[in-house]
Design a protein. Structure first.
Ligand SMILES: Cc1ncc(COP(=O)(O)O)c(C=O)c1O
Length: 411
C-alpha cells in the first residue's frame, strides 16, 4: 500500500492503492439519511458498474435523471469544453451557456422565460414565491397554494408543506403556512377548496413519487379554465415527468392546456445538478432583488443542459421514448397476465411506468432484480417504478423484463 498523509492526519484516497471499505466508511462519515450498501463506480449508456466490477442494467437512471444514460458523449464533451473556460461565475454577470439554455427552454415551452436553480425543490420554491408575488399584485395578497394528495414537490420546508404525503410531513411540524392538499384528478375538490386566500394550483401532470399517476386531460383543462376564471396561477411540476420522459418534452403537452409556471430539474442537464422555473408572460413578475442564487444556472450545468436538450431533439428521443414506453408497457402487461397473484395493475406514460403489487413486497422485488443485475426502484411499499434513460433499446427492456419475470417466479 502506498499512502501519503495529509496535514490533518487523514489519508488521501487517490494515493491509496488498498481497497477501502466504502460502505463502512460511509456509515462512519455520512449522516444516516439513506439506507444503502452498493458502491457505484462508473456508468456508460444504460449500464452502471459497482466497485466490485459487477455490471447492472440501470432502469433507475438516477431516479429519472440520467435521461441520456451514463456518460453520454455529448454531455461529457460539453462539460469538458466548458470547464477550462469558466466553471463558475456569479449571477452578477451574464454567462453565455445560461442564456443558451434559457433560449432553448423558451423555444420548447412556447415563450416562457427561465430562472435557474440547483434542484427541483428550489425550482418549486421559486414558483411558490412567484405565485405569492402574483397574489400580492393581482389577487389582494392571496398566498395559498393548492396542491394534490399523493404529490411530491421536494424536501425543503415549503415544498414539504406542498407535498401531499403525510409520511414526508409528520416529523417537521410546524410547516410553513399557505399550503393545502386536495384529491388528485378531482376538479370539484379544487373548486370547493379555492378561497380568497388561494393564489395558485400546483400539480404534476403525471405524479411520479406518488406512483406514476397521470392526470386526465379533462382535469388539466378544467384546472386551466378555473385558474383563468378565478385569476389564479397554474404551476406544473415537471421535475420528474419533463425532459421527454413521457414522449413529449413536457408531460402536459398532449393535455390541451398550458401552465403559467413550469418547474424542472432532474434530467434537465443529463445528471448535472440544475433546476429551472419557467414563467409565461402572465406570471413573469420577478424584478431585480426578488430572487437569486449563487450556483443556479452555473456555466457547467447549463452547458450540460444545452447538450442534453440538443441531443433529445436531434436524435429523435421523444419519438423513441414513446415507442420504448409503449413496448415496456406491453411487456409489463405480459408480466401482469402471467403473475396475477403478484401484480394487480400496471400503468404509465412513455418511459414513466409502474406496476402495483398485491402485497407490500417492492423491496423484495428490487433486491431480487439487483441480485440478477437489474436496477429498478419503487414508489411506496407496493409499487414498482421504472424510469429508464430515454436511450433504452428493446433488447435492454427484454433483458430487464426477463430478470423481473425470474424474480416474480421465485416469490
Ligand atoms: C415531481 C417532483 N418535484 C420535485 C422534486 C424534488 O426535486 P429535488 O430532489 O431535485 O429537490 C422531485 C424529486 O423527486 C419530484 O419528483
Amino acid at each position: 500500500m502506498t499512502t501519503t498523509t495529509t496535514p490533518a492526519g487523514g489519508q488521501t484516497a487517490q494515493q491509496t492503492t488498498e481497497r477501502r471499505d466504502w460502505a463502512a466508511l460511509e456509515r462512519t462519515y455520512y449522516q444516516h439519511t439513506f439506507n444503502r450498501q452498493l458502491v457505484m463506480e462508473r456508468g456508460e449508456g444504460v449500464r452502471v458498474w459497482d466497485a466490485n466490477g459487477t455490471v447492472y442494467l440501470d432502469l433507475v437512471a438516477g431516479i429519472a435523471t440520467n435521461v441520456l444514460g451514463h456518460a453520454h458523449p455529448r454531455v461529457v464533451q460539453a462539460i469538458v469544453e466548458q470547464a477550462p473556460k469558466l466553471i463558475h461565475v456569479s449571477n452578477l454577470y451574464i454567462n453565455e451557456r445560461q442564456v443558451e439554455l434559457a433560449e432553448q427552454l423558451y423555444q420548447v415551452s412556447g415563450g416562457m422565460r427561465s430562472f435557474f436553480s440547483n434542484s427541483g425543490a428550489e425550482a418549486n420554491e421559486g414558483a411558490i414565491k412567484l405565485a405569492r408575488k402574483f397574489g400580492r399584485l393581482h389577487r389582494d395578497g392571496a398566498y395559498e397554494i393548492l396542491s394534490m394528495d399523493r404529490s411530491f414537490h421536494g424536501r425543503t420546508l415549503a415544498t414539504t408543506a406542498a407535498t401531499g404525503q403525510k409520511k414526508y410531513q409528520e416529523t417537521w411540524a410546524p410547516l410553513p403556512d399557505g399550503f393545502r392538499q386536495v384529491p388528485f384528478n378531482d376538479l370539484e375538490a379544487v373548486k370547493v377548496a379555492t378561497t380568497a386566500k388561494t393564489v395558485g394550483i400546483l400539480v404534476e401532470a403525471v405524479q411520479g413519487e406518488g406512483g406514476i399517476w397521470p392526470a386526465s386531460h379533462a382535469y388539466m383543462q378544467g384546472l386551466r379554465q378555473w385558474c383563468d376564471e378565478q385569476r389564479l396561477v397554474l404551476i406544473c411540476d415537471e421535475v420528474q415527468a419533463g425532459m421527454g420522459r413521457t414522449g413529449t418534452f413536457f408531460s402536459w403537452e398532449p393535455m390541451g392546456m398550458r401552465p403559467d409556471i413550469i418547474t424542472m430539474a432532474k434530467g434537465l442537464a443529463g445528471g448535472v445538478p440544475i433546476g429551472a422555473m419557467l414563467a409565461a408572460p402572465r406570471a413573469d413578475l420577478f424584478e431585480p432583488g426578488d430572487h437569486g442564487t449563487t450556483f443556479g444556472g452555473n456555466p457547467i450545468a447549463c452547458a450540460a443542459g444545452v447538450a442534453t436538450i440538443r441531443t433529445i431533439v436531434e436524435e429523435g428521443l421523444l419519438a423513441h421514448a414513446t415507442a420504448m414506453g409503449a413496448y415496456l408497457g406491453e411487456r409489463l402487461e405480459g408480466l401482469a397476465t402471467k403473475y396475477p397473484a403478484h401484480i394487480t395493475s400496471t400503468r404509465g406514460v412513455g418511459l414513466m411506468r409502474a406496476f402495483d403489487l398485491a402485497e407490500p413486497r417492492a423491496q423484495e422485488i428490487m433486491d431480487g432484480a439487483l441480485a440478477r443485475g437489474v436496477l429498478i426502484t419503487n414508489a411506496g411499499p407496493a409499487t414498482i417504478r421504472l424510469v429508464p434513460p430515454l436511450i433504452i433499446q428493446p433488447g435492454d427492456i427484454d433483458e430487464a423484463v426477463a430478470q423481473v419475470d425470474d424474480v416474480l417466479a421465485a416469490l
